[in-house]
Design a protein around this ligand. Structure first.
Ligand SMILES: [Ca+2]
Ligand SMILES: [Ca+2]
Length: 287
């Protein structure tokens, strides 16, 4: 457990991380009638279900970790129990964030949802990360939808890149508020930037945790044909927009580098003179 979390820097901004190293889900409900499925390394957002059906299984391989049981499988295919839930992540949707994880789809049909705020309609979902085939000629791509707090208007809505079946692929989306009225969203597949949207709105603050639950592998109420079919592994949520280099670190070794700015912050007092000299050498005299 948490073998791949141990080296994560404390300042990396991790809000949640599920490594799915469990080999089975709990057969006994907790006091809320929920069955434990997967631990979050922060301890705050353990994933649970409302049943023990075999539509979700922990005895499947992942991308990282145990070779036999290091991932999780969702049956999809119209199953009404093929999903896992977590409590809404406070701090995720009031500002910058990144969602990243590994997927290995078994089938691709309809609009498989990977991770979303589970609302009663698309309009009531604060965020959705799913797979979409935009038209008959295009491959399935990575979709990211994010709604504005207060109005529900779309801040972000797009599908980019190419997703295939039967291969592990790393998917990530980030949201970076540049100012009160501007932001930028990025889509990554296997560490490569595949899409960017510049956001301009009266307020670029996304919904807070609007739903009663966040959910993996399930979309809206009743729309079981939106359930994802396949494997997942190593999903992370961060409270900031990771750089492409940091996302590359997740792809290469499932590790998160220390944010680049923190070294300077940490030595701000002692290093001010040194940093000033460095800048002078690099850029000419400071004004
Ligand atoms: Ca597992
Ligand atoms: Ca794993």
């Amino acid at each position: 457990m948490a073998a791949f979390s141990a080296a994560t820097p404390v300042d990396a901004g991790v809000l949640a991380h599920w490594d799915f190293e469990e080999s089975a889900q709990s057969g006994s409900p907790d006091s809320f009638g929920r069955y434990f499925v997967a631990a979050d390394s922060t301890g705050n957002y353990n994933a649970w279900r409302t049943s023990t059906s075999t539509a979700v299984r922990q005895d499947y391989p992942g991308k990282f970790g145990d070779a036999a049981v290091g991932g999780i499988r969702f049956a999809g295919g119209g199953s009404t129990t093929s999903f896992i839930n977590i409590d809404p992540i406070g701090g995720m949707l009031s500002g910058d964030f990144t969602i990243a994880g590994w997927i290995k789809p078994e089938t691709l049909s309809n609009i498989p949802t990977l991770f979303a705020d589970w609302g009663s309609s698309l309009a009531s979902q604060s965020f959705v990360v799913r797979l979409t085939k935009p038209d008959a000629e295009s491959p399935y791509g990575l979709t990211f939808i994010l709604s504005e707090n207060g109005t529900g208007a779309r801040l972000v809505n797009g599908t980019y890149g190419s997703i295939v079946t039967d291969q592990w692929q790393h998917v990530a989306v980030s949201y970076d508020q540049l100012g009160p009225t501007s932001a930028v969203a990025n889509w990554y597949i296997n560490g490569s930037l595949v899409g960017t949207q510049n956001v301009s709105a009266a307020s670029v603050v996304p919904y807070g945790p609007a739903g009663s639950v966040y959910t993996f592998a399930r979309d809206l109420s009743g729309n079981t044909y939106y359930n994802y079919n396949g494997l997942m592994d190593e999903f992370w949520v961060f409270d900031r927009a990771l750089t492409s280099g940091e996302i590359g670190g997740l792809v290469a070794n499932n590790l998160v580098p220390e944010p680049a700015g923190l070294a300077l912050i940490a030595c701000a007092g002692l290093c001010a003179a040194w940093w000033g000299l460095g800048r002078r050498r690099a850029n000419g005299p400071l004004k």
